[in-house]
Design a protein around this ligand. Sequence first.
Ligand code: CMP
Length: 143
Amino acid sequence: MEQTFIMIKPDGVQRGLVGEIIGRFEKKGFYLKGLKLITVDQSFAEKHYADLSAKPFFNGLVEYIISGPVVAMIWEGKNVVTTGRKIIGATNPAESAPGTIRGDFAIDIGRNVIHGSDSVESARKEIALWFPESPVNWQSSVH
Ligand code: CMP
């Protein structure tokens, strides 16, 4: 079964949006397969966002992600990568539709509440990075 990596960023945790966000994924019908509250350091955040290292906003993005605890999660279900991105909404909250998480709760692209893997391959890499202790999460499971 397909899995994706979802992270509630420091602003989402600080604003008390954890329950709301988890509820949206649960109500859609996805299965929560891993969850932890974790504060990551600079080198870890740089690994997570390695593909963006040439972007002008990279340093600010890393600083933001290490500024407080995040909620790291594995969610599982049919088409969860693509559908999860739809639940989250467009990266820039100015373009994300009402009804999506960013559309409802964010204004600024630099404080956009949540991250979701953009492909099955990214999900595989991100789950391996954030949940190295749980290789079992890679096995498909029967519901
Ligand atoms: P995320 O889904 O975590 O993937 C990459 C992140 O980079 C994105 O959400 C935004 O938080 C951030 N990002 C993308 N574009 C910009 C930008 N122009 N300025 C600041 N942050 C950005």
